[in-house]
Design a protein around this ligand. Structure first.
Ligand SMILES: NC(=O)c1ccc[n+]([C@@H]2O[C@H](COP(=O)([O-])OP(=O)(O)OC[C@H]3O[C@@H](n4cnc5c(N)ncnc54)[C@H](O)[C@@H]3O)[C@@H](O)[C@H]2O)c1
Length: 362
């Protein structure tokens, strides 16, 4: 492989919610430069490029992939496109950062991993919770032994529902809140627990509030038993009003630790007029709300991209890979199977079903 240039050239795929975060995060990484953005809706890539000072914009992915100046592609497109964009990027010899969830099913995951292996490019799985400063510190407390032996891990993400239609359409997303936000908790638990194998998965799911909008789950509880005896509980919701929640707990044999990424780091605010922007999915901010500062930094996105760029520039192994994304997806399938059957599912879980929600709705 040719020696890497001084600044890693990045191509962004997508131009809306998460790509805006990618652009802001990458702009804080000294060793990276955003060369181009591609997004199919006419005008979107152009506006995005103008707003973020990106020199090139395309409506065609192929044009972006044809650019020699691009070393690494960052995929911020709907779940159903992650596999095909990864395969095209690998074929063009670009390293790949793919947003969560990795893709729609295990066969796609295998194809993505194999294509990147054959093309000798890195497949990096963008799970920012492994870089969230408060969670990194939480893991340090566990690793240094301050909490004794881990007994119970908890993590939850809750808001009042996604901002775009593709999330609500299970044919394009693959599933509801378990697919969309449960993936964060599952990788968070694997990372905290040193990638210990998962022995069983149990899940309970419902479509409690949004049945008119989706066939996916809008609330879920997922319980994992790890082979080392640790239990992990994820609570996920698309029906929680009043701003995004992101919290974790570690209950150990000699201690306990609580970490709240958003409310715990925010400014408790009372406003009769309301706050212009308080936090992701804040809803009404009249009266009491919590106003975040440095939200992207508090979530670990600049740290995540500094790491991925460093991996590409210096040929290092990424902290979170395509294999991690596949392992998370396997647990997601097992969770939908459990919610469908009412039974605890033993891992490993093999399935050739093309979308996780189908195991729940069979
Ligand atoms: N890590 C996180 O916390 C986080 C947060 C939000 C979204 N995500 C993930 O990021 C992905 C995108 O979500 P979003 O919230 O940005 O959605 P969005 O609807 O805000 O943006 C999706 C983008 O994909 C583009 N797109 C659609 N078809 C495309 C194609 N054929 N080629 C290239 N681009 C195409 C759209 O034009 C749009 O710019 C999803 O997989 C989602 O799960 C991750």
């Amino acid at each position: 492989m040719a020696p890497m240039r001084e600044k890693i050239g990045v191509g962004l795929v997508g131009s809306q919610f998460i790509s805006t975060i990618h652009a802001k995060a990458l702009q804080s990484v000294a060793d990276a430069t955003i060369v181009a953005v591609a997004s199919p809706t006419a005008g979107h890539a152009k506006d995005f490029a103008k707003e973020h000072g990106i020199p090139h914009h395309f409506t065609s992915l192929d044009q972006l992939l044809a650019m020699d100046a691009i070393d690494m592609v960052v995929i911020g497109a709907p779940n159903i496109l992650h596999c095909e964009i990864t395969l095209a990027a690998a074929k063009a010899g670009k390293h790949v950062v793919v947003e969560k969830p990795l893709c729609m099913n295990l066969a796609e995951a295998d194809r993505m991993i194999e294509a990147c292996r054959q093309a000798k490019v890195k497949l990096m799985y963008a799970e920012e919770l492994c870089f969230t400063p408060k969670y990194v510190r939480l893991k340090q407390l566990l690793d240094e032994g301050a909490l004794g032996k881990a007994v119970l891990l908890k993590q939850s993400e809750k808001h009042d529902g996604p901002h775009a239609a593709h999330f609500w359409d299970v044919e394009r997303s693959g599933g509801g809140v378990t697919m969309d936000m449960g993936c964060h908790a599952i990788q968070f638990f694997r990372w905290l627990n040193g990638n210990t194998p998962i022995a069983t998965v149990y899940a309970q799911m419902s479509t409690s509030v949004h049945a008119a909008r989706t066939r996916g789950d809008d609330n879920a509880i997922i319980i994992l038993e790890f082979a080392n005896g640790v239990t992990a509980v994820a609570e996920e919701s698309w029906t929680k009003l009043g701003g995004m929640d992101d919290r974790a707990e570690i209950h150990g044999s000699e201690g306990v630790a609580y970490a709240d990424v958003l409310q715990g780091n925010s400014i408790q605010t009372y406003s009769q007029r309301g706050v212009g922007y308080a936090v992701e999915k804040a809803g009404s901010t009249t009266g009491w709300s919590f106003a975040m500062y440095e939200e992207i930094w508090n979530y670990g996105f600049p740290q995540e991209f500094a790491h991925f760029v460093d991996c590409v520039k210096h040929d290092k192994a990424p902290l979170v890979t395509g294999e991690d994304g596949r392992a998370v997806l396997e647990v997601i399938f097992a969770a939908y199977e459990s919610a469908g059957s009412g039974r605890k599912v033993r891992m490993p879980f093999k399935t050739d079903v093309d979308k996780p929600y189908k195991l729940w709705k069979k």
